[in-house]
Design a protein around this ligand. Structure first.
Ligand SMILES: Cc1cc2nc3c(=O)[nH]c(=O)nc-3n(C[C@H](O)[C@H](O)[C@H](O)COP(=O)(O)OP(=O)(O)OC[C@H]3O[C@@H](n4cnc5c(N)ncnc54)[C@H](O)[C@@H]3O)c2cc1C
Length: 465
C-alpha cells in the first residue's frame, strides 16, 4: 500500500479514528486462538457510519483492500489481515434504542453481545443468541458470520434474529433499514445478503435485532444416554413431552468432561458413574415453576423407556450455571490436552447418530492414536467433531497427520447431506474445501460480489478468495 493511499485515508478522518502504532495494531493482526498471524499497515477506528462511508469511498476509488473486524473471535481465519487495512468497529458500540412494544433493539455493529443481552434484560426482554465468546464477539461480527450458539434449537441463528441492518457499500453508499419491521414485502430481502457474508460485500454498521419474552422459569439437567443415537431419541422425546419448550440440547462425551475435570479448576463430573455420553438439556417456560415440572416429566418418561440411565436436575441457578460451565469448558479442556483437528459440521438430526458412528470409525481407522472429542449442539444437528492425539501434547506433527482425514470426513458429511461449516463460516481455513464442494453456489456468490464490490476491496482473501 502506497504512503499516498495511507495519507488519503488518514487525512480524511479525525486523529482518534486511525492508528499506525504497531503496538495498537498487533492484537488486531492475530486471531483469538493464536493460529493466524497477520499484518496491517493501518488500523481504522471509525466512530460513525458516515466515517465508514468516507473510508470505503476512498478505498473503492484507490483499490485499497480492507478487512472489517469485530471482536476478532472468529475461528476460521477470516478476521486476520494479511496486508489489508483493518476497519475495527470497536468505537461504534452504542445500544441506540430498545423498543419493548416492538420487541426490538437497535445497536451499532461494535456492540458486544453480552452488552446487548444486558440491555434486553434491563428492558424485561431476552436477546437469545448465546455463545462462549459473548464477552468479546460484536454484533457486526456475529451478523457477518451468521453465528449460532446454544439456543439455535429454539430461536434460530443470527439470520433469524435480525430485523434490519445498516451497511456501507464499497464506494460509500449507506444501505439502511433499521425500522424493525416484521413484515416488509418490498422485493429482495437485501439484509440477508450481508448476514453470513463474512465482510465480503460491505461493512455492517448497525442492526435492529429481535427480542423475545423472558422465560418465567428455566430448568437445566444433565442426563446420561448410551450413545449419540440415544441422545437423538431423547431429543425427540423431550421435544414432544415438553410441547417444544426445549431451548438447548448439547451432547457431551465422557472424554470431553474428563478433560474439563482435569484442566478446569473446580470442575467435577455431574454424574457419579462417568457415563460414556451425557446431554445437557435446558427447558424454559413462560409460567413460573413450570419448566422444572416439564423437565421432571420428560426425564421420568425417558427413564421408563430406558433412554436415560442417570440424570440430575439443577436445583439452583448456581448449579445450572455450573452445568453450563462444564459444557462451555470442553474447548478449554481440549486445548489443554493438545492441538486437535477441528470440524464444525452439521447433518440432518435424523442422520446424526449414523454420521457420528461412521466418522468415529473413519478417524480411528485412519490414525491409530486418534482421540475423538465430539460434542456440541446436537439438538440442531451441529457437532464439533474434533480429533486429538490420545497422548496429551499433540502438536503440529499430529495436525499434519490428521489433515488428510479432514477431506475424508467432509466427504462423509456430503454423503449425509450436511455442511462442512455449520456455524463458524468459511473464512480462509475452509475456503479450498468450500470452493471445491460448492462450485455453483460459489459462482452465484461471485456474481453478487461483482455487482456490489467490483474492485474486490472487501475482505478479498476470505470466503470466495
Ligand atoms: C470461545 C469461543 C466460542 C465460540 N462459540 C461459538 C458458537 O457457539 N457459535 C458460533 O457461531 N460461533 C462461535 N464462535 C466463533 C465466533 O465467536 C463467531 O464467529 C462470532 O460471530 C465472531 O464475532 P466477532 O465480532 O469476533 O467477529 P470477527 O472475528 O472480528 O470477524 C468475523 C468475520 O466477520 C467479519 N466482520 C466482522 N465485523 C464486521 C462488520 N461490522 N461488517 C462486515 N464484516 C464484519 C470479519 O471480517 C470476519 O470475516 C466462538 C468463538 C470462540 C472464541
Amino acid at each position: 500500500m502506497t504512503s499516498d493511499a495511507l495519507d488519503a485515508l488518514t487525512s480524511a478522518l479525525p486523529p482518534a479514528s486511525w492508528s499506525r502504532d504497531p503496538d495498537e495494531i498487533a492484537p488486531h493482526a492475530r486471531d483469538w486462538r493464536g493460529r493466524f498471524q497477520g499484518a496491517a499497515p493501518l488500523l481504522l477506528k471509525p466512530a460513525s457510519a458516515e466515517e465508514v462511508s468516507r473510508i470505503l469511498d476512498i478505498c473503492h476509488a484507490r483499490r485499497i483492500a480492507v478487512l472489517p473486524q469485530g471482536g476478532n473471535t472468529g475461528l476460521v481465519g477470516g478476521s486476520t489481515p494479511q496486508g489489508e487495512v483493518v476497519i475495527s468497529m470497536k468505537r461504534m458500540n452504542a445500544v441506540r434504542a430498545v423498543d419493548p412494544a416492538n420487541d426490538s433493539l437497535t445497536c451499532e455493529a461494535g456492540a458486544i453481545l453480552e452488552t446487548v443481552q444486558g440491555a434486553a434484560r434491563d428492558a424485561g426482554r431476552l436477546f437469545p443468541l448465546s455463545l462462549g465468546a459473548q464477552g468479546s464477539a460484536m454484533i457486526g461480527g456475529l451478523i457477518s458470520t451468521n453465528a449460532g450458539g446454544v439456543h439455535v434449537l429454539r430461536y434460530g441463528m443470527m439470520r433469524d434474529l435480525v430485523l434490519g441492518l445498516e451497511a456501507v457499500l464499497p464506494g460509500g453508499q449507506v444501505l439502511s433499514d433499521l425500522a424493525g419491521l416484521r413484515k416488509d414485502n418490498t422485493g429482495y430481502d437485501l439484509k440477508q445478503l450481508f448476514i453470513g457474508a463474512e465482510g465480503t460485500l460491505g461493512v455492517v454498521t448497525a442492526a435492529t435485532l429481535k427480542l423475545f419474552a423472558r422465560p418465567a422459569s428455566t430448568s437445566v439437567a444433565i442426563a446420561a444416554v448410551d450413545s449419540p443415537a440415544g441422545a437423538v431419541d431423547l431429543l425427540s422425546l423431550v421435544k414432544a413431552s415438553t410441547g417444544g419448550a426445549v431451548c438447548a440440547f448439547e451432547l457431551m462425551p465422557r472424554i470431553g468432561l474428563d478433560l474439563v475435570v482435569a484442566h478446569v479448576p473446580g470442575a467435577r463430573h455431574p454424574l457419579s458413574g462417568r457415563p460414556d455420553w451425557c446431554v445437557l438439556i435446558e427447558v424454559t417456560s413462560g409460567e413460573p415453576d413450570r419448566a422444572e415440572i416439564l423437565m421432571e416429566r420428560a426425564l421420568e418418561t425417558a427413564f421408563e423407556r430406558g433412554l436415560v440411565s442417570d440424570a440430575v436436575i439443577a436445583q439452583s441457578e448456581a448449579q445450572a450455571a455450573e452445568f453450563w460451565r462444564l459444557r462451555e469448558s470442553i474447548p478449554e479442556g481440549e486445548k489443554a490436552h493438545g492441538k486437535a483437528a477441528k470440524h464444525d459440521v452439521s447433518v440432518p438430526v435424523s442422520r446424526m447418530a449414523a454420521f457420528m458412528e461412521e466418522a468415529s470409525a473413519l478417524a480411528e481407522g485412519a490414525l491409530e492414536d486418534a482421540l475423538v472429542i465430539a460434542f456440541g449442539h446436537v439438538g440442531d444437528g451441529n457437532v464439533h467433531f474434533n480429533i486429538a492425539r490420545r497422548e496429551p501434547g499433540g502438536g503440529d506433527e499430529f495436525l499434519a497427520r490428521a489433515a488428510p482425514v479432514t477431506a475424508q470426513l467432509y466427504d462423509l458429511v456430503d454423503r449425509h447431506h450436511g455442511s462442512i461449516s455449520a456455524e463458524h463460516g468459511i473464512g480462509t481455513s475452509k475456503q479450498a474445501e468450500f470452493l471445491q464442494r460448492k462450485p455453483v453456489q460459489a459462482g452465484v456468490m461471485r456474481a453478487i460480489k461483482g455487482v456490489l464490490d467490483p474492485h474486490s476491496i472487501m475482505n478479498p482473501r476470505v470466503l470466495l478468495g
